[in-house]
Design a protein around this ligand. Structure first.
Ligand SMILES: C[S@@+](CC[C@H](N)C(=O)[O-])C[C@H]1O[C@@H](n2cnc3c(N)ncnc32)[C@H](O)[C@@H]1O
Ligand SMILES: [Zn+2]
Length: 387
C-alpha cells in the first residue's frame, strides 16, 4: 500500500497516500484522518499542561497521537501504542524511528479492551489513556477506566455524533443509557451524555471521574476526564448525574436530579435528556494551562478552543439560539451581540456557546431572553440582520 511522509505539529508521520487525497479517508487497509489534527493538537496541549509520564494510545492506527505525544511532550517517558492492525503499527514503528523516539515507544498488536484489561494490575496502569475508535467508544470505557492510574487522565473520542445529538434517540438509549435532545444545544448535551455514561460505567468499578476538558465539532466529541479510584469518589461522581427538561409549551429549561413531569413555569409537558452529567465540564486551571501550552507550541487553533471553554461552568448546561427565538416570536432577526449586550446591561452574565456554531449562554432564563429579543427586534426593526 503506498504511503507518504506527512508532518503534523512537530512530528513526522507515515500515512497512507490515499488518506491525504480522499475525504473522508478510507478506513481500510489503514486509517488516518488528517482532519483530526486539531483533536490531536488539543491532546498534546492537555498533556503539556498536566502531569504523568506514561501514555497509552489504545487505538493508535499509524500512531499519529501517540507519536506526537512522545515527540512533542518531553516529560513523557513511555508511550504504548496498541492496535489490532499490524500494518498500521508497522508504519507507526517506522515513524517512531524517523522522529528519534523509538526508545520511548512500545507497540502491541492487540485488541484494545483485552490489552487494557491486561494492565489492571499494580504498577501496570498508565498515567494517561486515549481511546479513539470508529464510532462509539462505549465498548472501551470500562477497560480504559481499569487501565488508568488513580489521578490519571482518560481521553475519549466519540464520532457517533448523530446518535448522541438526538438524531437516533433509541440508539442513544441503547448505547449510552440516556435520552438525547435534538435541539439548539445538542452538542453540549451529547458531551454530557458521554460523561454520564463514563460516570455510570465507573460505578461498578468503584471509580469516579472529574471532567477536565470537553469539546466538540460537528464530526466528533471529545472528553478528558480525571480518573478517581475509590467508592466515595464513585458515589460523589454519580451524585452529579441528572436530567435536563425542556418545556414543549413555553420553552423553559430546567436541570434536576429527578425527572420532571411538567414545566415549573407553565405546567406544560416537558421533554427530557438524560440521565447525563450535570457537573462541571472544565477544570479552568487545566484549560488555562493547556491554552498557554498550546500558544507556546504554536498550536493556535487548539489554543482558541481551550480558551473558549474557560468559565463555561458559570452557566446552566444549555444555551439559546437567538435565530430560533426570533422565528418563534415571528420578529426580524437580531444579532447575538445585540442580545448579549442588552442582557449584560440588565445584570446577567453571558458568553458564546463553545459547543455549538451559534448560541448564547447566560444565567437569564428563557422568558427573560425572549423578552430581550422581542424588545431588541421591535426597537431595531427589520433592517437589523447582522449576526
Ligand atoms: C479512528 S482510528 C484511530 C486513529 C488514531 N488514533 C489517529 O489519531 O490517527 C481507530 C483505530 O482503532 C483500531 N481498532 C478498532 N477496533 C479495535 C479493537 N477492538 N482493538 C484494537 N484496535 C482496534 C483500528 O484498526 C484503527 O486503527
Ligand atoms: Zn412551560
Amino acid at each position: 500500500m503506498p504511503f507518504i511522509k506527512h508532518v503534523e505539529g512537530r512530528t513526522k508521520l507515515l500515512v497512507p497516500k490515499r488518506s491525504l487525497a480522499e475525504d473522508p479517508p478510507p478506513t481500510s487497509p489503514i486509517f488516518f484522518n488528517p482532519a483530526a489534527s486539531l483533536n490531536r493538537d488539543i491532546t498534546v496541549a492537555v498533556n503539556l499542561a498536566t502531569g504523568g509520564s506514561t501514555f497509552c494510545d489504545a487505538m493508535a492506527g499509524v500512531g499519529a497521537r501517540g507519536l506526537r505525544v512522545a515527540n512533542e511532550v518531553r516529560r513523557i517517558a513511555k508511550v504504548t501504542l496498541v492496535d489490532f492492525n499490524s500494518d498500521a503499527l508497522r508504519l507507526a514503528l517506522r515513524a517512531a524511528v524517523l522522529n528519534g523516539v523509538k526508545r520511548k515507544c512500545e507497540f502491541s498488536v492487540s485488541e484494545t479492551c483485552s490489552y487494557l484489561y491486561s494492565r489492571f494490575g499494580r504498577d501496570q496502569k498508565f498515567d494517561y489513556v486515549d481511546v479513539d475508535p470508529f464510532g462509539s467508544p462505549v465498548r472501551q470505557l470500562q477497560a480504559a477506566l481499569s487501565a488508568t492510574e488513580d489521578g490519571g487522565i482518560l481521553s475519549i473520542t466519540a464520532t457517533d455524533t448523530a446518535v448522541l445529538c438526538g438524531v437516533y434517540p433509541k440508539v442513544s438509549v441503547r448505547r449510552y443509557g440516556a435520552s438525547p435532545l435534538n435541539n439548539q444545544f445538542h452538542h453540549e448535551t451529547a458531551v454530557r451524555i458521554l460523561l454520564g455514561a463514563l460516570a455510570r460505567l465507573g460505578g461498578p468499578l468503584d471509580t469516579g471521574i472529574e471532567s477536565l476538558v470537553a469539546h466538540s465539532t460537528r464530526h466528533y466529541l471529545r472528553v478528558f476526564a480525571r480518573v478517581k479510584v475509590g467508592a466515595t469518589k464513585a458515589d460523589s461522581t454519580l451524585g452529579q448525574l441528572g436530567i435536563i427538561a425542556s418545556c414543549k409549551a413555553c420553552g423553559h429549561l430546567t436541570q434536576s436530579r429527578e425527572p420532571q413531569q411538567s414545566c415549573e413555569k407553565c405546567g406544560g409537558r416537558v421533554i427530557s435528556a438524560g440521565p447525563l452529567w450535570l457537573g462541571a465540564l472544565t477544570d479552568d486551571g487545566v484549560a488555562v494551562a493547556a491554552d498557554e501550552a498550546a500558544q507556546e507550541a504554536g498550536l493556535n487553533r487548539a489554543a482558541d478552543v481551550l480558551q473558549s471553554l474557560v468559565g463555561v461552568d458559570k452557566y446552566p448546561p444549555w444555551s439559546y439560539s437567538i435565530d430560533e427565538i426570533c422565528s418563534l416570536l415571528k420578529v426580524p432577526t437580531v444579532s447575538e451581540s445585540e442580545v448579549t449586550s442588552r442582557l449584560q446591561s440588565l445584570g446577567y452574565v453571558t458568553s458564546r456557546q463553545p459547543f455549538e456554531l451559534t448560541g448564547v449562554k447566560t444565567d437569564a432564563d428563557f422568558g427573560e431572553v425572549k423578552k430581550v429579543v422581542k424588545s431588541a427586534a421591535n426597537e431595531l426593526g427589520p433592517k437589523n440582520l447582522a449576526r
